[in-house]
Design a protein around this ligand. Structure first.
Ligand code: AMP
Length: 284
């Protein structure tokens, strides 16, 4: 496994791999790797000849009052984990390598960037879309792997891949959870033991929603209420939003028909903000 810091070297290796007709699978991450990232890497390993993972804590997707400085970083542990799962190349540029002097080009996906996470975290998806564009343009992978825990990010990335004409297929990997049901996240490291235990209420609430749906509930507001009530009953939880929206457009809906519906939540435990979601009517 080779660790690459320079964009040009990464691009030239990727060019060589393309000439050799190797299929390249790409897994972009912000490091502090956990079982969720491992699932992406395993899927990439299964589907591609060459696996490239990136580790870049992207300042552009953090708001001024967010946790960019505090975000967990451990390149040594991350590299060991990636080597263990047979990753071929790790692209780990520093901030200046991505955002060089005079950097002033941004990518903004209209519509999808404006609700849910976009409303709570202004500028977040502009940062995501910009860095994903730079990474995809550098690596030009055949396949790029993203987790469905970040459902809105998946929508934004799929949109930009289509609109900007990248020849990359976006592969979505299901959310990996701890035994308690809590979705794995690099930010879980900052939960106290008690908060971590109580945070499983997010999963339990989503599960309640799924049960209600299976039992015939089709009223979106009622589904949202079930999730809200369950989470609000946990004193350590502070709800940022609970939304029941079209999985396609992320627009709110009233009645659930046979289209995919995203139940998305953001909840704070102490200083830590967690997101999770569930798709009803999942096609496949
Ligand atoms: P991050 O390092 O948090 O930016 O995440 C990198 C990638 O891993 C993104 O595509 C995430 O959606 C994905 N990911 C994060 N947590 C999980 C999880 N628990 N299960 C599956 N994928 C995840």
């Amino acid at each position: 496994m080779e660790i690459i810091n320079r964009k040009q070297r990464m691009a030239s290796i990727a060019r060589k791999l393309r000439r050799e007709s190797k299929t390249v699978g790409f897994v972009p991450t912000m490091g502090a790797l956990h079982g969720g990232h491992v699932a992406l890497v395993k899927e990439a390993r299964r589907m591609s000849d060459i696996v490239i993972a990136s580790i870049f804590v992207n300042p552009a997707q953090f708001g001024a009052n967010e946790d960019f400085e505090l975000y967990p970083r451990d390149l040594t542990a991350d590299a060991a984990m990636l080597a263990e799962y047979d990753v071929d190349y790790v692209f780990a540029p520093d901030t200046e390598e991505i955002y060089g002097p005079g950097f002033s080009t941004h990518v903004y996906v209209e519509g999808l960037s404006e609700t849910l996470e976009g409303a709570s975290r202004p500028g977040h998806f502009r940062g995501v879309a910009t860095v994903v564009t730079i990474l995809l343009n550098t690596v030009r992978p055949d396949l790029a792997f993203f987790g469905s825990k970040d459902a809105q990010q998946v929508g934004v990335v799929k949109r930009l891949v289509q609109d900007l004409g990248f020849e990359t297929e976006v592969v979505v990997v299901p959310t990996v959870r701890e035994e308690s049901g809590l979705a794995m996240s690099s930010r879980n490291a900052y939960l106290s033991e008690e908060e971590r235990e109580k945070a499983s209420v997010i999963y339990l609430a989503l599960r309640d929603a799924k049960i209600a749906f299976k039992e015939g509930q089709r009223n979106a507001a009622k589904i949202a209420q079930i999730v809200e009530d369950r989470i609000a009953a946990e004193p350590l939880a502070r709800i940022d939003y609970v939304a029941v929206v079209s999985n396609d457009t992320l627009e709110p809906i009233d009645k659930i028909d046979d289209k995919e519906v995203l139940v998305a939540v953001a909840v704070r435990f102490g200083k830590v903000r967690l997101i999770d979601n569930l798709v009803l009517n999942r096609k496949q």
